[in-house]
Design a protein around this ligand. Sequence first.
Ligand SMILES: Cc1cc2nc3c(=O)[nH]c(=O)nc-3n(C[C@H](O)[C@H](O)[C@H](O)COP(=O)(O)OP(=O)(O)OC[C@H]3O[C@@H](n4cnc5c(N)ncnc54)[C@H](O)[C@@H]3O)c2cc1C
Length: 435
Amino acid sequence: MTAAIGPRALLAAIGAGAVAVLALWWQSTLSITGLGGWLTGAGEILGLLAGYGVIILVLLMARIAPIERGVGADRLARWHATGGRYVISLVSAHVLTIVWGYAANAHTNPVTETGSLLTTYPDVLMATVAWGLLLGVALVSARAVRKKLRYETWYYLHLYTYLAIALAFSHQFADGASFVSDVAARFWWAALYAVIGALVLWYRVVVPARDFVRHGFRVAGVRHEAPRTVSIYIKGRRLRELEAAPGQFFRWRFLTRGQWWQSHPYSLSAVPNDELMRITVQDVGDHSAGLSRLKPGTRVIAEGPYGAFIPVRSGRPALLLAGGVGITPLRAMFAAVSGTVTLIYRASTWQDVVFQAELDAIAEARGATVHYVVGTRSDFGGDPLSATALRQLAPGLHRMDVYLCGPPGMTGSAVAALTEAGVPRRRIHYESFEF
Ligand SMILES: Cc1cc2nc3c(=O)[nH]c(=O)nc-3n(C[C@H](O)[C@H](O)[C@H](O)COP(=O)(O)OP(=O)(O)OC[C@H]3O[C@@H](n4cnc5c(N)ncnc54)[C@H](O)[C@@H]3O)c2cc1C
């Protein structure tokens, strides 16, 4: 079973690293005098924290299996986005305080000092280009701009962060007071970057390539489930070795002419066996729409399994609450979760409902309950998933573990309704289909 590193352990390790960074600054700073000294000291701390923060952002996105399983890809993406805002603020504040502090020390003005820093200090020009790149990445990641860009455009622009990190690296050793005369500090700092770089290469390149060769993933067939939804069956060798749990997802790269260059996350919609996996995809854009045309035999790179949306073994009854295509991971869980289980499946129309025969068969085989809540809000004269409605559909709700997957609007209102119905927040597990 793959080990898991949970959110607390990861945050504690990141926090301990930040304390070590502050200690590094402390032991390399003999005294601080005057405005220039204070500003320069602040600039050095900010720079060190920015240099640490940026490599931690990379770590969060390295797709390290134990972290993905313990923390969850959606939470890691949220931390990465929030952390990114802090890091760009740290870098910008570092630039401003260093320029101002050096200007104060040299009794000159910040504009003249900027020219001097760019032309006479080693590698500062490259670091300035890196700052510009990071500002550009921050701009395209701002919600208002990102909404207007295609996902792939945003994603590939985002990769300039790696270039920015490479460009900024050398100025830290060439100009940073904590590093210039401390070989041990340089060694440990370089080791941190090298280890995280190696983890990125290992988990994002080597492991998927190894699994591709080892398991030989290929499309086995495509089945139409609903007007805009298809299931793709993927065959391979010794798939149990992947240790995929119900509720998890893979990033799928189908090696066809139009699709090989992009990978997309889709959850397993059935518990895999040793030879076959299944995903079920709703057509919402160019990639998902193209999957209905996949030919049997198409090679596939499957990267994963990822995600912390996995049933916990608590012994409590479980409620699975699905909205629309959010049924996919819950369909896999419905067959696998142990103990008493109730499934509530919310859809706007009966045409959108998938797996009805399968769900009914699973319910009958294991003595579970399934409720289809189908129709618009106006058909129901209100929210069919209100606290009162949920209590009626799942008696004893407040004692249950709840697994929730659906569109963002439904997820938000369902979490509020479940909390109102007395389910403690820590027992509501949900996965977002948006990073
Ligand atoms: C953890 C997870 C599990 C998912 N499981 C399923 C599933 O089982 N079935 C299903 O139908 N859908 C699932 N999705 C959603 C699915 O990934 C997107 O609908 C799909 O990537 C859309 O791509 P597109 O090119 O068809 O549409 P586009 O129009 O390009 O994208 C529509 C939206 O999908 C998101 N998206 C697009 N590309 C990516 C990408 N490469 N990585 C992450 N998000 C992207 C963006 O928010 C974008 O705004 C899942 C998403 C996540 C994050």
